[in-house]
Design a protein around this ligand. Structure first.
Ligand code: F6R
Length: 614
């Protein structure tokens, strides 16, 4: 939600800020803006639309100057337009500020500032910050860094901010609370700021991840200083980035989403690398090694996440119950955090998040942690907030996921949950040795099977062409494939804007069956496994009402083929591993339908990749 960038150094800031904003555009893309210190003072340019619109608005030459900030917005307060776009400036144009997050007490602060004579131009919550800092500078006579600190003492909410001040032209001041901010330390005495490391990696691999409550002061001459909100100097800890630059490019694909779907054989393999030891018949998850015994003793596992990560968590529920015989409750982080959940000290909470920055998941973790639970993270983004606040965890190693619709992150999360459940089951003795070894072999075979599934793309495109104009769609699955049905429906609605619902197949007759007519495509996961016959009956029920059935079946299936309108074959696999295969055709069908409908697949309307507001 909103991407922010900053630059201080010897080079021209404009091209660095613009290319940084393009990398962060997945975080929000309804308006963009920059503020750059020029010879004659602060130059601010902003407009509704994408970063490319901002470039066109400013013109080929860009803005001159070597200190600047930039922002790409996902609107919370105030519609996307030129005025509400960031940066926001003080009345005299000397201060400019960008913000990611929400200022919860903005209304009270705004009222006080209006009484003090400040005039507001935008409808945003952010604008209060710039006037508040300006007011403190005037009344207290403090420098920029101290004024920012004093202002933040009055602020309730979440923020990552960067401020530039014409009175201190060689300086940027940044601060964070609950929204991410990374500082890159360049080789030429330059410093970069960004919401995540992707705009920084092409300039330097040395980064400092800012912590909550920290304020960074970056000056051309003096470099970087970090203080906390109590004004104590801190020593920043510099870490090395491991992202490869080519993973941030489309690599010949039309869209990031298609690239990421096709990367899954590799990303699933990377999630297992060094963890799946077939010869030694063991699973090794170094990141949670110290907590293995806690897992073994756990009376209960709670899983928290949002969206696709929540769906992966549901697959995790089936996995842990089957293999480790531990009861599991899967919770929407946003609901969990506002209930008064019963949490015990011997509970394990698994927090799942691709970005590692989702505000609701972070808050759910804080709550569970404060009540003594052990928190295990499953994150994709290295160094992200969730990865840092959990007690232990495992990275998915899926590589940067840039398409807003999550694809390879889901299969990587499910792979890790499978490894965890098998490891704990093996340790507890709730899964026998022969079956354990068999499942390790089956898991190892999954990447090659995903490659086979990807070969069905031409057939999937043909099916997409037939159903691209549907107004509604239903997704059905049972057992391990119920969460896959939910995920298939989410993929379709978020990128093609077709209304879609996922249901446990047997629940259909308790309501959704009323929706079925000849217009309704029904996607059914009907692979040969524990509930195959039951799902076949559900397909018959749909066909009896003239619904159109598109079934995901096991290779060689003849029964479903005879009754469904279309079938897509996937290789045979144990039930527990079918989600890793069955989700792939559903991702592809959503992708092709969305492309055929002319939708912006990588940046669907109203969505943003990293949901840092609640
Ligand atoms: C769906 C999607 C979202 C995310 C959700 C959680 O395609 O991308 O539903 O899964 O916002 O995000 P993370 O996993 O970053 O916590």
């Amino acid at each position: 939600m909103c991407g922010i960038v900053g630059y201080v150094g010897p080079k021209e800031a404009w091209p660095i800020l613009i290319s940084g904003l393009k990398r962060l555009e997945y975080r929000g893309y309804d308006s963009a803006g920059v503020a750059i210190m020029g010879d004659k003072g602060l130059q601010v340019s902003k407009c509704k639309g994408r970063v490319a619109d901002l470039e066109a608005h400013v013109g080929k030459k860009g803005l001159k100057g070597t200190v600047g900030i930039g922002h790409t917005r996902w609107a919370t307060h105030g519609e996307p337009n030129d005025v509400n776009a960031h940066p926001h400036t003080s009345a005299n144009g000397e201060l400019a500020l960008i913000h990611n997050g929400i200022i919860e007490n903005y209304a009270t602060l705004k009222e006080e500032l209006i009484k003090r004579g400040y005039v507001f131009r935008s409808e945003t919550d952010t604008e209060v910050l710039v006037h508040l800092i300006d007011d403190i500078q005037r009344t207290e006579g403090t420098d920029l860094a101290e004024s920012v600190r004093l202002a933040l003492l009055n602020v309730v909410g979440a923020y990552a901010i960067v401020v530039v001040d014409a009175k201190s032209p060689d300086m940027l001041v940044a601060a964070r609370k609950s929204s991410p901010l990374v500082i890159g330390i360049g080789n030429d005495g330059d410093h970069f700021l960004a919401s995540d490391a992707t705009p920084i990696v092409e300039h330097t691999r040395n980064v400092v991840y800012m912590e909550d409550g920290e304020i960074a002061i970056i000056e051309k001459e003096k470099g970087l200083r970090v203080r906390n909100i109590k004004n104590q100097e801190l020593r920043p800890s510099v870490q090395a980035l491991e992202i490869q630059l080519e993973t941030l490019e489309k690599g010949g694909y039309d869209h990031f989403m298609l690239k990421e779907i096709n990367e899954q054989p590799r990303s699933i393999r990377d999630s297992m690398r060094g963890r799946l030891n077939i010869a030694g018949s063991e699973v090794v998850l170094g990141g949670i090694k110290d907590y293995e015994q806690k897992f073994v003793n756990a009376k209960r596992i709670l899983v928290v996440g949002c969206g696709t990560s929540w769906h992966a968590g549901m697959v995790g529920e089936y996995l842990f119950e089957e293999f480790a015989r531990i009861p599991v409750e899967v919770e929407y982080a946003s609901e969990f955090r506002y209930r008064d959940p019963v949490i015990n000290e011997d509970d394990i909470v698994i927090a799942i998040s691709q970005s590692g920055e989702t505000a609701d998941t972070l808050a759910a973790i804080e709550l569970a942690k404060s009540r003594g639970a052990t928190i295990i993270g499953i994150c994709n983004v290295v160094g992200s907030s969730i990865a840092r606040i959990t007690h232990a965890g495992s990275y998915t190693h899926a590589g940067p996921e840039i398409g807003v619709a999550s694809t390879k992150a889901f299969t990587a999360q499910v792979t890790l949950l499978t490894l965890m459940a098998l490891m704990i089951g093996h340790r507890k003795g709730t899964i026998d040795g022969a079956r354990f070894q068999q499942l390790l072999l089956e898991l190892d075979a999954i990447p090659a099977k995903v490659e086979r599934v990807l070969k069905t793309e031409a057939q999937i495109k043909y099916i997409a062409e037939i159903y691209k104009d549907a107004r509604n769609a239903l997704y059905l699955g049972r057992g391990y494939c119920f969460p896959v049905a939910l995920e298939g429906a989410l993929k379709l609605k978020e990128i093609s804007y077709i209304h879609a619902e996922g249901y446990p197949a047997a629940e259909m007759k308790h309501g959704p069956i009323a929706l079925i007519d000849e217009e309704m495509p029904v996607f059914v996961i009907a692979t040969q496994g524990a509930s195959y016959e039951k799902v076949v009956s559900n397909i018959q029920e749909v066909k009896a009402r003239k619904g159109k059935v598109i079934a995901i079946v096991t290779e060689g299936d003849t029964v479903v083929k005879a009754i469904a309108d279309h079938t897509i074959e996937i290789p045979a696999s144990p039930d527990a591993l079918v989600p890793l295969l069955a989700v792939v055709p559903l991702q592809l069908i959503s992708y092709h339908i969305a492309v055929m409908r002319g939708c912006n697949v990588d940046q669907p309307r109203n969505l943003a990749k990293s949901v840092t507001v609640e």
